[in-house]
Design a protein around this ligand. Structure first.
Ligand SMILES: Nc1ncnc2c1ncn2[C@@H]1O[C@H](COP(=O)(O)OP(=O)(O)OP(=O)(O)O)[C@@H](O)[C@H]1O
Length: 276
């Protein structure tokens, strides 16, 4: 998607928070946005996600399925966590049974399965954030916007969100994120931008040199009884706790992940491990 001359101010007599923002956010790209406090990062991310509209300028090519995770998720909803996610799944066009299964999988993935029957309003900040992340991933978004989404998550859930980001970009989705931790997804972003003085400038990347892995082991689970997509079956071995393990050349891992995630029905990626 592309932003052209985007500006935002909160009232006709108020100062411009952003002005003249032009940027290209390519499909499959991981984009980091940085900037000082109050500089307009959240404003930009809300505009990118389509939660807010710019005062001036154009936005073109936003992927149809867009998901957004704010730092503080509005938890005061009169539903349990499971019912909320199931409801959202149905809104995305899933049948009731499938929506309920996806909801349960989402909570399980982020370590919040025990809270499926807890009313949203009674969830802790961390668990509520897990529900926020699970809702964002429900429909396999083509654009995922994460505004400090890791804040409040425990270490396993943070790692799971890192993996989910890798899955989304591997599947051709765009992920745009802000995070206070400079090490977040270090070395992975395809582009770094900085919001400064109301404009967006390309920031120098701070690449952390990472040894390139030779191979990647993907643990994937398909629909019951399904064989891995043709072309992947040869290297697949059953995993001890269900699903299959695929060991593939690192250069091919993005393509393999994309094939699994876009299979019909899609495979669930349980983990991706780099082998030395
Ligand atoms: N809904 C709003 N109404 C009025 N002003 C707003 C609104 N949202 C943001 N602002 C103002 O816009 C400016 C930029 O805020 P924004 O939250 O986008 O910055 P930020 O870079 O995300 O900040 P932080 O790092 O503190 O989260 C601030 O001056 C803020 O007060």
């Amino acid at each position: 998607m592309r932003l052209t001359g985007v500006g935002r101010r909160y009232g006709r007599r108020r100062p411009w928070v952003l002005r003249g923002v032009t940027a290209e956010l390519p499909a499959g790209a991981l984009v980091r946005v940085e900037g000082g406090n109050g500089g307009g990062k959240s404003t930009l991310l809300r505009i990118v996600a389509g939660i807010d509209t710019p005062t001036e300028g154009r936005i073109e090519g936003r992927p149809p399925r867009t998901a957004y995770v704010p730092e503080r998720f509005p938890a005061a909803l009169p539903l349990t966590a499971g019912a909320y996610l199931t409801h959202l799944g149905r809104m995305h066009g899933l049948t009731g049974a499938r929506a309920a299964r996806r909801a349960a999988e989402g909570l399980e993935r982020f370590g919040a399965a025990a809270y499926a029957r807890t009313p949203m309003a009674e969830l802790s900040k961390g668990t509520s954030q897990k529900v926020a992340v699970a809702q964002a991933l429900l429909a396999g978004p083509g654009l995922l916007v994460l505004d400090e989404a890791w804040t409040g998550l425990d270490a396993p859930a943070r790692a799971e969100l890192d993996r989910a980001v890798a899955e989304r970009t591997a599947a051709g989705g765009t992920v745009v994120f802000v995070d206070h931790d400079p090490a977040r997804l270090a070395g992975l972003p395809d582009a770094h931008y900085r919001v400064r003085g109301g404009t967006l400038e390309a920031a120098a990347a701070h690449p952390v040199p990472r040894p390139r892995p030779h191979a990647v082991r993907i643990h994937a689970a398909g629909p019951p009884g399904a064989a891995p997509p043709p072309g992947l079956a040869a290297g697949a071995e059953p995993a001890p706790d269900g699903g299959v393990l695929l060991t593939v050349d690192a250069a091919r891992s993005d393509a393999v992940l994309r094939e699994l995630l876009t299979a019909g029905p899609p495979w669930h990626i349980r983990s991706v491990e780099e082998l030395p």
